[in-house]
Design a protein around this ligand. Structure first.
Ligand SMILES: NC(=O)c1ccc[n+]([C@@H]2O[C@H](COP(=O)([O-])OP(=O)(O)OC[C@H]3O[C@@H](n4cnc5c(N)ncnc54)[C@H](OP(=O)(O)O)[C@@H]3O)[C@@H](O)[C@H]2O)c1
Length: 225
């Protein structure tokens, strides 16, 4: 995928953290962003800040009907996006069973919901890149985080299977973004989060990195530079 012409990028989880930083970077670079998150007030603020052609909607990615209602009209009117960033996520605290299910639903069902709605339009056009956000903890484990580790290991497996299913011209990768000081990191590693890189700094260079992805990377487990 070249960086020379404006691209359309779907980013889930744009209301804070990495997703919000990425949305700003893509828009500043002249690209169009369709973004979602659950927080209505944060989505309203994004709509006020960045109007048409960008599109921000309050959507819970784990709800297939909400994903479909948001994206179907955009896909019909404007066609396939160039890039789908499945970034939305939650992490467990000390996890009771219902939290376990919620973590899996957001990461796995959420990413699958986006893929189900978006990929057919990419197949029709013959191109498109899907980036599923993983983690160091999608490739290793430690105690007391099983729901999140299970979700991220699932993202890795799901991405590799998807890569084998996609037709020529399309590609899917998993991406470990690194360790960045966001609300999520502060909730799971409160002692070290504040010493980590901030989303704004992390996102520098990410637009070029993401836009150069293509079929050569299909199926790879990548780590952000
Ligand atoms: N920060 C790190 O060091 C790190 C490391 C490895 C991997 N990651 C991964 O990177 C991604 C972004 O993480 P982050 O650190 O930026 O986390 P964050 O600051 O907590 O942001 C998470 C984003 O996901 C959205 N979200 C959560 N549940 C959602 C749902 N059901 N539907 C739609 N949006 C939802 C949140 O918005 P609402 O609450 O408004 O819905 C928010 O915008 C995640 O996949 C995470 O697992 C992060």
């Amino acid at each position: 995928m070249g960086t020379e012409t404006p691209k359309t990028v779907i980013i889930t989880g744009v209301t804070r953290g990495l997703g919000e930083a990425l949305a700003g970077r893509f828009i500043d670079a002249g690209h169009t962003v369709w973004g979602c998150g659950r927080s209505q007030s944060a989505i309203q603020a994004l709509k006020t800040r960045w109007g048409v052609p960008h599109c921000f909607e309050s959507v819970d990615v784990s709800k297939g009907d909400q994903v479909q209602n948001w994206l179907d009209p955009l896909l019909k009117q404007l066609g396939a996006p160039d890039l789908l960033l499945n970034n939305a996520g939650v992490i467990n605290g000390n996890a009771p069973l219902w939290e376990f299910v919620h973590v899996l639903e957001v990461h796995l069902k959420g990413s699958a919901n986006l893929i189900r709605v978006v990929v057919p339009s990419m197949i029709s056009r013959g191109s498109g890149v899907i980036v599923n956000f993983s983690s160091t903890w999608g490739r290793s484990v430690s105690p007391e985080g099983a729901p999140y580790w299970a979700a991220k290991w699932g993202i890795e497996g799901m991405t590799r299977a998807l890569a084998q299913e996609l037709p020529r011209g399309l590609s899917a990768v998993s991406l470990n973004p690194g360790v960045i000081d966001t609300e999520m990191l502060r909730s799971c590693l409160p002692g070290m989060a504040q010493a980590c890189i901030k989303p704004d700094q992390w996102s520098q260079g990410m637009v070029d990195f993401l836009l150069q992805l293509g079929p050569e990377q299909n199926g790879k487990a990548l780590t952000a530079p």
